[in-house]
Write a protein that binds this ligand. Structure first.
Ligand SMILES: NC(=O)c1ccc[n+]([C@@H]2O[C@H](COP(=O)([O-])OP(=O)(O)OC[C@H]3O[C@@H](n4cnc5c(N)ncnc54)[C@H](OP(=O)(O)O)[C@@H]3O)[C@@H](O)[C@H]2O)c1
Length: 277
């Protein structure tokens, strides 16, 4: 995810320059430092970004000391060790720390860094890899407007991004996962195959139908049922399909799936907190 975010920042910086007749935006960072612990990961960073990024292996304190903004993109289990490493508190003083760690709360992060460190929590999802992501950000109420704008600028480069109260992040995790869409996509494609379509074509048609429906909602702001009603001809094939879905309780099944995923996501956060004690 760290490399994905860095790619987004490079693309956003490039388009800022193109859109504003050569001048850079207030957010474009001037220098990038990537910290890793293994040489193998370092090689991946070098392959992707070459000399645009200074690579530091096993030198997190040095990396943070040279940065104004720190993006924390490790697995949640190692975050505390990294943030409480000897010398880290001094170099984190007064800096903005943006964490993408799933299940690690702002309060937990505050417990590991100096009081002067400003914290923003981000929850991106995997489609960020193709710049079609959805990132929800949370921050303490007294967060500076410039910090919020910077974080929005970074994650908007990977798709959509918005701020929400941290209490919603478990629901965001439950809702933003790809699993529901993958299952729907596969089931639709199976139906096409059952009716004689080649599988690859069935996948293409299903994926484009889902993408089209989603984009129409996002771009027009219309309620999905408004779009549905406008294409449902009396006694036609759409209403026939709709009733079949209702017979299968598809709405409550999908809604309960999100409910269950949210419940489990909240338990994961709690177990992270427990493992610190
Ligand atoms: N993947 C997603 O879709 C997604 C979505 C939302 C949130 N997240 C969050 O993103 C975080 C990262 O996930 P990921 O899938 O990108 O994990 P990952 O591929 O394992 O990447 C973790 C990175 O952290 C580095 N790292 C680990 N220990 C380090 C240390 N002691 N010092 C310096 N660098 C260290 C690793 O480098 P080395 O290999 O060199 O140690 C690696 O580059 C997780 O907290 C996850 O909850 C991920």
């Amino acid at each position: 995810m760290g490399r994905v975010i860095l790619s987004g920042i490079f693309c956003a910086s490039k388009s800022d320059v193109q859109n504003s007749s050569g001048s850079e935006s207030a957010f474009t960072p001037q220098k990038f430092i990537a910290c890793v612990s293994r040489e193998e990961s370092g090689r991946r960073v070098t392959k992707d970004f070459g000399d645009r990024v200074t690579l530091l292996t096993g030198e997190n304190v040095k990396g943070v000391s040279e940065a104004d903004i720190v993006l924390l993109c490790t697995k949640p289990q190692v975050a505390k060790t990294i943030l409480t490493e000897k010398g880290m508190a001094q170099v984190l003083e007064g800096k903005l720390l943006i964490s993408i760690l799933a299940g690690v709360t702002i309060d937990q992060l505050k417990g590991w860094v100096p009081e002067s460190t400003r914290i923003i929590r981000a929850m991106p999802n995997t489609p960020c890899m193709i710049r079609e992501g959805m990132t929800v950000l949370s921050c303490p109420v007294d967060t500076r407007a410039h910090d919020k704008d910077f974080a929005l600028w970074v994650f908007s480069s990977l798709g959509r991004a918005r701020f929400l109260d941290e209490k919603h992040l478990d629901a965001v995790t439950g809702l933003s996962g790809r699993i529901v869409c993958s299952v729907i996509l596969e089931a639709m494609a199976d139906g096409g195959v059952m009716m004689g379509l080649p599988r690859d074509i069935s996948f293409e048609l299903s994926a484009q139908a889902l993408q089209g429906a989603a984009r129409m909602v996002l771009q027009t702001g219309k309620h999905p049922s408004e779009i549905k009603d406008s294409v449902t001809t009396p006694a036609g094939c759409t209403i026939a399909g709709l009733l079949t879905m209702e017979d299968g309780k598809i709405r409550s099944t999908l809604a309960r799936t999100i409910q269950e995923a949210t419940t489990v996501a909240s338990t994961l956060g709690a177990s992270q907190a427990k493992s610190e004690k």
